[in-house]
Ligand binder design. Sequence first.
Ligand code: BGC
Length: 435
Amino acid sequence: MKPVDLKAMFELKTPALRRIGRAVRADMDAGLRNRRSTLLMLPAFCDAATGREKGRYLALDLGGTNFRVMMVRLAGRGRKPAVLAEAKYKLTHDQITGEGRVLFNAIAGYVKVFLRENGFSGRYGLGYTFSFPVKLLGIDEGILLRWTKGFTARGVVGGKVVALQKAALARRNVASVDIRAVANDTVGTLQARAIRDPGCVMGVILGTGFNICLRLPVSRIRKSIGAYGRSHMIINMEAGGFGRGLPRTAYDRRLDRASKNPGAQRAEKMISGKYLPLLVREIVLDLVKREKLFGGKIPEIFRSPDGFKAHYMDILECGSAARRRELAGLMLGRAFTPAERATLKTVCHVVAQRSARIAAALMSAALSRAVPADGGRGATIAVDGSLFEKYPGYEAMLKKAMGELAGARGRRAALELTKDGSGIGAAIIAAVAGT
Ligand code: BGC
């Protein structure tokens, strides 16, 4: 197989994106009606922030291998929130994949250390960003539907995440925090932008994981939302779970089978930063097997799934000559031949480009339904995540595909990098919950 075939295999022209978009819209509607759908469309039990939110809040951010704690001060009147203190803790393999109790105990322990080390001795309202598919029962409790992104901690799926966390805080004698809100990172990202931009209609994460949330009128939500008293609500689509009509290749299927959640998160496995290097690895292994690359010998880096890192893709696509040499040394103990370099570059490019185009199809479909708080036709999409922020050319590919889908008359939106939604956004949601 030549790289040119790979290009064809991973190419998605505009009509294919339109087909995906139609399937996304159908699943969005079905999900909002509690019908069978690959999109969970989970109510977030909050509306977009107004910018008037005020106060000091503790924010917890669980969603990847780094767990973060922050103390945030919201100043109101759309002013920029201040991060008063922040700490990041690396979660171990055992904490992520062992007993759930171990994970929640570790988090409680880190909260305790954080409060002590920073001398925070008051009582604090807390916003908890829990970036997995959580079915909220209200703004301050939710049930974990499944783990994603390699997390498998036992005894948590089906359980109430806030209750589990509270029990762990009690075990660690942390009595000074009050969990007021639990939210998805996409919702935090939307909120972090909404406090200064009433046109913000969506939050998107394009990082280790992938997901979208959007603002909708409650009249569109045909499932129980209890006594929620407002006219609009943010919905966490769990867009990474979308799985209808995606053009999967043999590589996608192999990656899926080897994953910790086979069959689930199909879109995420074609889009997000956790999976793109794994896809590159699958393709490279196949090319090596067919003796089209590296003289038929598998370099050590590709032998185990975590050998080939996400940032190697940046280097192969457009890193400096020095960084490429360094990577070739690590991979092969020698420089790349021009043919090897070209093949690796193509592999990374087709995988990243397809990711951006599928993400664009999902985002455009969501945009066609989302309603801004300012009632205007213009819209902003708040986006966070390493893929969007750092991958060379990713933002441009995403914008190009969204432009193709909007055509001459479709709705257009500005994509705004919005950092730290999972921290600042959690504090905002805790404040919104208190109003
Ligand atoms: C999770 C989402 C989350 C996304 C981005 C996905 O794996 O299911 O809840 O928003 O990752 O972190």
